[in-house]
Design a protein around this ligand. Structure first.
Ligand SMILES: Cc1cc2nc3c(=O)[nH]c(=O)nc-3n(C[C@H](O)[C@H](O)[C@H](O)COP(=O)(O)OP(=O)(O)OC[C@H]3O[C@@H](n4cnc5c(N)ncnc54)[C@H](O)[C@@H]3O)c2cc1C
Length: 385
């Protein structure tokens, strides 16, 4: 690896791999089948400190950086993408959000519980009429005395069915024409009156990572639950998405690696025409390309993580990492099924799960088309280098 890991980083990576191999691998197919991550996995992730990777030590977290988070997510994604996306949303969107933008009171109230996994975090931006065009959200918060009253519907809330806290983005300025400049972020407890969770959605992939609709009906949220400043919430949403996109990029690297590893094993076991599949050049070229693309995606993902940790602009790099890694992940997962032939299409082998899990990396936290728009904005703004 080009990136020389410190002793601490090696330990973090090895710990994540050990957990993934010994505890997660035996239940990964079950998580997909039963659409549920077992309680024991949530608990063990808490014991390892993996719910609080970005939470400062003073609030009970590991106080680590985004690069360390990426090392952990990569290992988890290699085995179970449902678990890794649940961890990514919690760490890179919610913990990062409270740690970076929270008041002292908000940090004291939420970070210790987020760090242990006592409460799981959700990030709620998408709505029925606002997906890629997130600045057009319609959920409203109207000031009433010391509170804001929230009304509206959010969809696709990852971890919504069991999360305890969400960062929710709402319109606080009545003028819709202001778009992103009229949006604020709030910290909302799921158990507070006026918050209704919908039924969990059935999905194609990452099936163990549950998501649902959340409806706000005259939900009164105290003004001191606002995260960041009034009408500045959209900037906050995008900044956190930059961090989240690094998590999804590295998730894609992990899934692609799993697809390659499964293929490498299979081609050395299966014979046709009197030869192992590994002896056919057509197969060898597929494997070489998968490996090359995984390494390139890993480099882009690590680069974006390191730039975020340095505190310099990284929106282009985060988008490039996510766009490239999700593209090659889908290619690798598709080739892995092809290399396995008919059995690759059955649930007997894990590659059909990788194929289904891969797809969403091109959709959530900004589709591939949106990443191209972001990258192009950087080019036209002459912010290329
Ligand atoms: C499993 C899963 C988990 C999710 N978790 C969360 C979550 O926790 N929180 C949250 O807020 N959201 C979440 N989402 C929502 C996700 O971020 C959105 O689905 C995504 O941003 C796309 O929005 P959309 O589905 O409304 O698609 P649309 O915006 O309707 O897009 C449909 C198609 O049109 C394309 N398109 C749109 N605009 C343009 C354009 N200007 N130029 C070119 N093409 C364009 C898109 O790329 C896409 O291909 C989740 C989604 C999924 C599937």
């Amino acid at each position: 690896m080009l990136f020389e890991l410190t002793e601490e980083q090696k330990l973090i990576k090895d710990t994540a791999r050990d957990f993934a191999e010994k505890e997660l691998r035996p239940v990964a197919a079950q998580i997909d089948r039963e659409e549920k991550i077992p309680e024991s996995i949530f608990k063990k992730l808490g014991e390892l400190g993996f719910w609080g990777i970005l939470v400062p030590e003073q609030f009970g977290g590991a106080g680590l950086d985004v690069f360390s988070l990426a090392l952990v997510l990569q290992e988890i994604s290699r085995v179970c993408a449902s678990t890794s996306v649940t961890m990514s949303v919690h760490n890179s969107l919610v913990c990062a959000g409270v740690a970076k933008y929270g008041t002292d009171e908000q940090k004291k109230k939420y970070l210790p519980k987020l760090a242990t996994g006592e409460i799981i975090g959700a990030y709620s931006l998408s709505e029925p009429n606002a997906g890629s065009d997130a600045a057009s959200i319609e959920t409203k918060a109207v000031k009433d005395g010391q509170d804001y009253v929230l009304n509206g519907t959010k969809i696709f809330v990852s971890s919504g069915p069991f999360a305890g806290l969400m960062i929710v983005f709402v319109r606080t300025h009545p003028d819709k024409e202001l778009r992103g400049k009229g949006i604020s972020a709030f910290l909302v407890d799921f158990n507070q009156p006026g918050v209704k969770r919908g039924l969990a959605e059935e999905k194609m992939g990452v099936r163990g990572a549950r998501l649902c609709e959340v409806v706000f009906e005259d939900c009164r949220v105290p003004a001191d639950q606002m995260l960041g400043r009034e009408n500045q919430g959209f900037k906050l949403a995008l900044d956190l998405l930059n961090c989240g996109r690094i998590g999804i990029a590295i998730q894609a690297v992990g899934i692609a690696t799993a697809a390659l590893e499964a293929s490498l094993k299979y081609v050395q076991e299966r014979k046709q025409f009197g030869k192992f599949l590994s002896e056919f050049q057509a197969i060898q070229w597929k494997l070489s390309e998968m490996a090359m693309e995984i390494e390139a995606a890993q480099l882009l993902s690590y680069q974006a993580a390191l730039l975020r940790d340095k505190g310099v602009s990284h929106f282009k790099e985060a988008s490039m990492a996510k766009l490239f890694a999700s593209t090659i992940c889908n290619r690798a997962a598709k080739e892995a099924v092809q290399i396995h032939g008919g059995v690759g299409y059955t649930k007997e082998f894990p590659v059909e799960r990788f194929f289904r899990d891969a797809k969403v990396t091109e959709i959530y936290e900004g589709t591939s088309e949106v990443q191209r728009i972001v990258i192009n904005k950087a080019l036209l703004n002459k912010k290329y280098q």
